[in-house]
Design a protein. Structure first.
Length: 428
DNA sequence: TGTCCACTGGAAGGGAGGGCTT
DNA sequence: AAGCCCTCCCTTCCAGTGGACA
């Protein structure tokens, strides 16, 4: 009988001894190395909530992977633990003026929920269990959603801490009306109190806020600096001990390399953890007993390729067509194109695939979006009398990306219609 | 120094889609 | 069923821009 396809994997010794989620960025460890001071600071602000008073609103700034979300979620877990301990023991006697059960944490990621209706709805629904009373995902006037939210929060005496992660995304996309309402909500509540914690990658986003909102929101501010390579090594070391039980599963300079590569990326702990997790997974797949620096470099490439693939595959059809037009026209990958040239290429592709074209104005926006995603490099340049336009260049591997785009059924039709014609006509 | 080009980018508004209210 | 709300995607309009060129 043929051997089962899983047999060789089952027989090989797994590298992961414990929970592999420990190496995921979503995991909140027992200790957050080099963020103790920030935890202390935020806890000293939040402790007010345990006494039933409203803590100051706080704004946390710092680049991706500097521990902002981790610190906030760490405190959330600590509060939940206090609640558990409090229910199981007679802590009440020890902390007579503290009541941890009055504190409710609501976490919203504004990159996922990025409209003011969505944010209000999500907060309101955190306090409702029954499906029938949920605020629908659309349909209600804003005033009604806001009233329902107030009513639910104010049902009983409590302190509601609302965490708005990636707050800059919400403000950029939908303005500051949510913050305006939430920051003045306390004047309309009788029983409860609301405190806000805003988390942002962008220090300057408050410039777009109404001055009243800005002052109410930024009662306290904390800035998270990037981790340096040594600090990243400590973070990785700590996680490795938890995930593998031992550190010698990593050959030589693996940890230092992960830390150094992530330190180059503005000290991003997320990147360091991803590198470590994926290199370990690659080592395991290759049935190696140790993770080597070679695995780390492979992991780095894999992360980069996966990012591009994920970004391209989720693009809407018209953005894919624009991207496709750029890639086909820059035959050697290095040519710089203008908005006008890209638009003509796009029009031609639309004609071949039978899709209605969008206006050049709209395509200019799609080009900006592709630039923001890092798929292309678009720089505004003036050619004097020949006008002012963008200079556009693909910044992803050409052939791989073309293949990824061609997986789309609409574009498959065009690719079968000899794409080389377009390249030649446009470049001559 | 003024003109001109090929856009850029902001603003306003239309309309489709999903859903609620009366 | 009609009217309303919100979001999203898009169009239309138009003032502004930077630098080569006459």
């Amino acid at each position: 009988m043929a051997e089962n396809v899983f047999s060789s994997y089952i027989r090989s010794k797994p590298i992961f001894k414990g929970d592999r989620d420990i190496l995921r960025t979503s995991y909140i460890p027992e200790e957050l190395p080099h963020r103790e001071e920030y935890i202390e600071n935020l806890a000293s602000i939040m402790v007010t909530a345990l006494r039933g008073n409203r803590p100051s609103n706080v704004l946390l700034f710092g680049k991706t992977g500097t521990g902002k979300t981790a610190v906030v979620r760490y405190l959330e877990r600590e509060i939940e633990r206090l609640k558990m301990e409090d229910s199981n023991s007679d802590l009440d006697d020890a902390f007579t003026d503290y009541n941890v059960h009055r504190v409710e944490y609501v976490y919203i990621n504004c990159e996922v929920v990025d409209t003011h209706y969505g944010v209000m709805k999500n907060i309101g629904n955190k306090f409702i269990d029954s499906w029938s009373e949920q605020i629908p995902f659309t349909g209600w006037p804003m005033e009604k959603v806001y009233d329902a939210l107030k009513e639910r929060i104010d049902e009983k005496p409590r302190v509601v801490v609302i965490i708005l992660d990636e707050l800059d995304k919400l403000v950029t996309k939908s303005g500051d009306s949510v913050l305006y309402h939430l920051s003045k909500i306390n004047s309309e509540l009788k029983n409860s109190k609301v405190s806000l914690i805003g988390i942002s990658n962008n220090l300057k986003f408050t410039e777009f806020l109404d001055p009243r909102v800005k002052s109410r929101l930024g009662e306290e501010k904390m800035i998270f600096p990037p981790y340096n390579a040594d600090q990243l090594k400590d973070i990785l070391g700590e996680r490795i001990r938890q995930a593998f039980g031992e550190i010698d599963i990593m050959e030589g300079d693996v940890i230092a390399l992960c830390a150094a590569l992530a330190a180059q990326e503005h000290g991003d702990a997320r990147r360091a953890l991803d590198l470590l997790r994926i290199s370990t997974e690659l080592a395991e797949r290759e049935k190696c007993s140790k993770v080597t620096t070679n695995h780390v470099y492979k992991a780095k490439n894999k992360i980069e390729q996966d990012c591009v693939r994920e970004a391209v595959i989720t693009l809407p059809t018209h953005s894919k067509l624009v991207m496709y037009s750029i890639l086909l026209m820059s035959k050697n990958g290095g040519e710089k194109l203008t908005t006008g040239e890209v638009y003509s290429g796009y029009e031609e592709l639309c004609a071949k695939s039978g899709i209605d074209t969008l206006t050049q104005r709209r395509i200019a926006d799609l080009i900006s979006e592709l630039d923001m995603l890092g798929l292309i490099l678009a720089r505004v340049k003036s050619f004097g009398r020949r006008g002012r336009t963008r200079e556009i260049q693909a910044s992803v591997p050409r052939m791989e990306t073309i293949k990824t785009i061609e997986e789309d059924d609409c574009i498959k039709v065009v690719s079968e219609l000899e794409s080389s014609n377009l390249t030649q006509t446009k470049l001559i």
